[in-house]
Design a protein around this ligand. Structure first.
Ligand code: PMP
Length: 432
């Protein structure tokens, strides 16, 4: 990689003098250095060395509309000419909120600027509505970078304690005292473990309906229903973090796919078509808490007109029902091709997919939760596959513990580039 990205290496040397690890955000860091991109079009991105890549990283799953999609570009340019920011509401925000209400079936919506803000607002709602203090989260899950959820995000094995009583491990340093103590951690896909920690102190349970940061870990049948029932019984709010799944996997996200409705849903990423933005959807009673000013929800850029123009074009004109059908079909075809490669070369792997997203999991057996991910996955193969793809013009999330995301602009030829890189990888690793 480093011989193909010499100019990135030069930019890295300059960047590292002004930005820690040479990147604007931690998750963009990579070894030997990040690949600095110059531009993108459709399913293709180019780096500053002029290398061309088929993009399966897709901006951490944001760009389901494709890069420089003409519909989004026109909507944003039109809005740009009419003024980009007032911090007064515009009609665009109403249109987007109505569309989100239609898609998720939740009546009340507010806007944010990122997934972090969406989950932060959700935690405030849970604590505000119940008057309780403890949050329950799933071991291994990332919900953004605010205190309440920066606990047991990929905890190191030597600190996470036994599976029957996971220890809440702070993610980094710099938290107010008591942060980890106010959080209980349970493994995904284990309703009994969840029921065991629910008591009168628990304000809410925050979870991704399918874990999306340890490849993809779908819920086992009945799990989300059991979680919903357990929260109701305990008087705790159920929060679905659909920042990653959301508009990327179906019109109504994982909520629609699995048929379980939370009290609060957190959105960001794909819903705004590449502009920074997010939303929180909630029950009428929770909306009332905000309306009364008991739980505060605000922000200078919330519902920014430029973001709303992009979101409106994304949700109403690009990610239509037909587009979701096409994305699902394309994803199925890509997974089937990867399955064929896995079988041909007897790789210890399987595929998992959901909507526009999928991945090759380097484990012959299914992964059900974070600890499974640590022990069952062949991590060296995963890293090697990432390098193979990058070197063969297939752009992937750094480290490849995530998943690919297809856009409406990915063609069969783009998918073939992924399959070819994966097949070369499979052939070469199994030949040794
Ligand atoms: N929740 C989930 C599930 C995420 O994957 C992320 C980001 N990867 C976030 C929240 C935080 O979103 P943001 O980076 O926009 O703050």
């Amino acid at each position: 990689l480093h011989t193909r990205t010499v100019r990135s290496g030069e930019l890295f040397a300059r960047a590292a003098a002004v930005m820690p690890r040479g990147v604007p955000s931690g998750f963009q860091a990579s070894d030997p250095w990040p690949t600095y991109l110059s531009h993108g079009s459709g399913a293709t991105v180019w780096d500053v060395d002029g290398n061309e890549y088929a993009d399966f990283h897709n901006g951490f799953g944001v760009m389901c509309v494709g890069h420089a999609n003409p519909v989004i570009a026109a909507a944003v340019s039109e809005r740009m000419a009419l003024g980009t920011h007032f911090a007064a509401p515009t009609e665009g925000s109403i249109v987007v909120a109505e569309e989100l209400r239609r898609r998720w079936g939740l009546p009340a919506w507010r806007f944010t600027n990122s997934g972090t803000e969406s989950t932060m607002d959700a935690v405030h709602l849970a604590r505000g509505a119940t008057g309780r203090d403890v949050m329950v989260k799933i071991e291994g899950t990332y919900h953004g970078h605010h205190d309440a959820v920066m606990v047991s995000v990929k905890p190191p094995p030597d600190r996470m304690g036994p599976r029957s009583a996971p220890v809440p491990v702070p993610y980094g340093e710099g938290f107010a005292p008591g942060t980890a103590e106010a959080t209980r951690v349970v493994p995904f896909n284990d309703a009994d473990a969840l029921r065991a920690v629910l008591d009168e102190r628990v304000a809410g349970v925050i979870m991704e309906p399918a874990m999306m940061n340890v490849n993809i870990v779908p819920p086992v049948p009945g799990y989300l229903e059991a979680v919903r029932a357990a929260c109701d019984e305990a008087g705790a709010l159920l929060i679905f973090d659909e920042v990653k799944t959301g508009a990327a996997v179906a019109a109504g996200g994982a909520t629609e796919l699995y048929g379980v409705t939370p009290d609060v849903v957190c959105l960001a990423k794909a819903m705004c078509g590449g502009l920074p933005g997010g939303a929180v959807g909630m029950t009428a009673a929770l909306g009332e808490l905000i309306a009364e000013g008991r739980v505060k929800q605000q922000g200078t850029f919330n519902g920014n007109p430029l973001t709303m123009a992009a979101a409106e074009a994304t949700l109403l004109r690009v990610l239509t029902d037909d587009a979701y059908r096409a994305l699902h079909a394309a994803n199925e075809r890509l997974m089937a091709e990867c399955d064929r490669v896995i079988e041909t070369y007897a790789l210890p792997a399987h595929t998992v997919g959901m909507g526009s997203k999928g991945c090759v999991v380097m484990s012959p057996e299914p992964v059900l939760e974070y600890r499974d991910y640590l022990t069952k996955i062949h991590h060296e193969l995963t890293d090697l596959a990432w390098l193979f793809h990058m070197n063969r013009g297939v752009f992937m999330t750094p480290g490849q513990d995530e998943e690919w995301t297809l856009s409406v602009m990915h063609s069969g030829a783009d998918r073939q580039r992924y399959v070819d890189a994966f097949e070369t990888f499979a052939r070469e690793v199994t030949a040794r």
